[in-house]
Design a protein around this ligand. Structure first.
Ligand code: ADP
Ligand code: MG
Length: 333
């Protein structure tokens, strides 16, 4: 299997010509945007497995929070207002303490965002050996409201548009590398990094405010370059970004330049928004950042499509483009 394994699987096995009464723009976006009787809703579905998306010993309250937060982040990328979600969960065993913490983390976020749990499914994971079952898996489908005919997608970026990113990128990946013992950070920087990994904040207010301003948007789940790459592919454009403009936290800036680059450009799990907007609306984007209390930074420019989709400059010259996260990248078909 080639490098883009996960996306190749989706394209080869799960992409079909549209059929049925409910149509959307097809797979490839953070959300499906579905028009039903004069209303438009955004729907997204994300699965997480303990041991893959979470360290096996992750705090269950964080697991519950983040399992929902990553879905709300997809709704944020569409500019939708969260309304409801469905929870399917596979558990290796009944552990009431774990479940109480998990549900407390999840429901606190559900309540604070007005996103109600309306259904789901509960099963046991398969036995793998000697009465031991495979780790917990959690799949959430979340839905939100959009104004009629509106909604941000990854298609729509135009040559001349600015490329923007919210917040700072790279912290969640740096936190993971520190937790795995591969990297280290100043002790007082660690709590901040861990919070970014465990408690990502879906940029809901920003996404909603960008509905009439942004031409394309995606949330940064696989890495800044990978998710911007999805926008470029879906929009049929190229981009040039300046690494020196890419917003990084003080904690990340205390690390070596090479690690900063790896984390900020290729590390996933930040759940910031990367989006494009016409250059003449830059002041409006900045005002939206202030109004929604979100840092927004212009990091580059969209250009006409050429053979190189993405160029990353820095003070030292051009940087190599590295791939983002892909669940099946290294596997043989
Ligand atoms: P995100 O990271 O925003 O959750 P993904 O990268 O997981 O999005 O998925 C890319 C696109 O492929 C999305 O539009 C998603 O809905 C679609 N997709 C992923 N897996 C499947 C599948 N098994 N069947 C159909 N569509 C899928
Ligand atoms: Mg997404």
């Amino acid at each position: 299997m080639t490098q883009r394994g996960e996306f190749q699987i989706i394209e080869q096995f799960f992409t079909h010509a549209p059929f049925g009464a409910w149509t959307s723009q097809g797979p490839g976006d953070d959300c499906a945007l579905i028009d039903i009787g004069g209303r438009r809703i955004a729907v997204t579905c994300d699965m997480a497995a303990l041991g893959t998306h979470f360290l096996p010993d992750a705090d269950p309250e964080d697991v519950g929070y983040k399992a929902l937060a990553v879905n709300l982040s997809d709704l944020a990328a569409a500019g939708a207002v969260p309304r409801a979600f469905f929870l399917s969960i596979g558990l290796p065993r009944r552990d009431d303490g774990w479940l109480a913490d998990f549900s407390r983390g999840m429901m606190a976020l559900a309540q604070s965002t007005g996103c109600a749990l309306l259904g789901g499914d509960t099963t046991r994971t398969p036995e793998i050996a000697d009465g031991r079952h495979s780790p917990a898996v959690i799949s959430i489908t979340a839905m939100g409201d959009l104004p009629e005919g509106k909604g941000l997608t990854r298609a729509g970026a135009k040559p001349g548009d600015d490329v923007w990113v919210s917040g700072t990128v790279g912290d969640a990946y740096a936190a993971l590398r520190c937790r795995q013992g591969h990297w280290d950070a100043m002790p007082d920087a660690l709590p901040q990094l861990y919070a970014r990994m465990d408690r990502p904040v879906p940029r809901l207010a920003l996404g909603q405010a960008l509905l009439d301003v942004a031409t394309a948007a995606a949330d940064v789940s696989d890495g800044l370059l990978a998710d911007l790459g999805h926008i470029l592919d879906r929009s049929g454009v190229s981009a040039e970004i300046d690494f020196d403009l890419v917003p990084r936290s003080t904690a990340l800036r205390s690390m070596t330049p090479l690690r900063q680059r790896e984390a900020a450009l290729s590390g996933g799990d930040d759940y910031e928004l990367v989006f494009t907007a016409p250059a003449e609306l830059a002041d409006r984007v900045r005002a939206i950042g202030v109004a929604t209390n979100t840092l927004v930074t212009r990091i580059g420019r969209i250009e006409k499509r050429t053979s190189t989709a993405l160029v990353v400059r820095s003070g030292e010259g051009l940087l190599p483009i590295t791939a983002g996260f892909d669940h099946f990248a290294a596997e043989e078909a």
